[in-house]
Design a protein around this ligand. Sequence first.
Ligand SMILES: C[S@@+](CC[C@H](N)C(=O)[O-])C[C@H]1O[C@@H](n2cnc3c(N)ncnc32)[C@H](O)[C@@H]1O
Length: 342
Amino acid sequence: MQDELDFDQLVLLACGHTAFHLLWAGVQLGVFDVLSKAPNLTRDEIAQRIGLEAQPARILMTGLAALRLVQKEGERFRNAPLVERLLTRSSPENMIDVLGWQRYIVYPALVDFVDSLKQNKNVGLRHFKGDADNIYHRLPHDPFIAKVFHDAMSSLSSAANRALAELKVFDQIEHMVDAGGGDGTNAIALVRAHPRLKVTIFDGPVACDKAREKVAQAGLAANIFTHPGDFFVDPFPGGIDAVFFGHMMPIWSHARDTALLRKAYEALPPGGKVIIFNMMGDDDEVGPMSAALGSPYFLTVATGEGMMYSWGEHEQHLIDAGFTPTERHVLPKDHGVLIGVK
Ligand SMILES: C[S@@+](CC[C@H](N)C(=O)[O-])C[C@H]1O[C@@H](n2cnc3c(N)ncnc32)[C@H](O)[C@@H]1O
């Protein structure tokens, strides 16, 4: 049985947009960074450092304290421990760029959520330039939104890919396709941890350009290659023994996920592996919060056909495509990994 909703929680939900914009202001105006460098500042000291007048600073700091993003003791403020870890630029674990995705992609489009539910399609896509039927193929029309998107994905992936890279399966792979590999964040983390591994990123031309730049900066061009194309239309690169899908399966319908896995199956030799890495919905369909609150984006914006599927549903997709599911791994930040073998 779940806990009953209380009045404060209801206020938080009803004013969710305001709560988000308080959080966003705290990040944008540098409140959390200021408090990270100098904990225990008064409101006036914070206002002076971030350049706000007294009353706006009071509104902001009262909101941040009510939301428990900062802790107030007497007249002095400090960051909540989780804010220090996840929302300050100096923290290697920070997930600030994921907030940019909320601000510029999810917020504007979710005004169309009710219509998207009723029409069972991504009505919110109208907020983005281009005429493709999904956000990914509209990204090339808007470099700012493309950067927001890829930075957010990179930040989300980095939050869990240290634990991903520790999995033994990557020691057993020689050449893996990273299907929809984006800017190469996962490929770079995996090759750093497994220097014998070769990865080919199979994504659209804009993402592949970003990946090549990032891979060159990381000095890993001898291990990580790009293969621009559309994985629903173009064949997978040959000579591979694994296919990796990072944050890919929630985008598409059951039928397309199964078809994509089937295509991977056909490209692999017997014994070849498929690795699914994304946030996982609980099998009881109640949580976790990140998955439950992530699904509306896939309906309203991304494609209009996907959602955060449960562990069991992903396993069923693997079976339907011909794979034998062999491993389940629970990772930090509500992520999970499923491995299937041909
Ligand atoms: C949600 S992002 C995931 C990026 C990366 N795998 C990660 O985990 O951080 C989805 C990626 O799939 C790519 N993508 C979407 N449709 C595609 C298609 N038909 N062919 C190739 N790549 C595609 C997008 O360009 C984008 O980089």
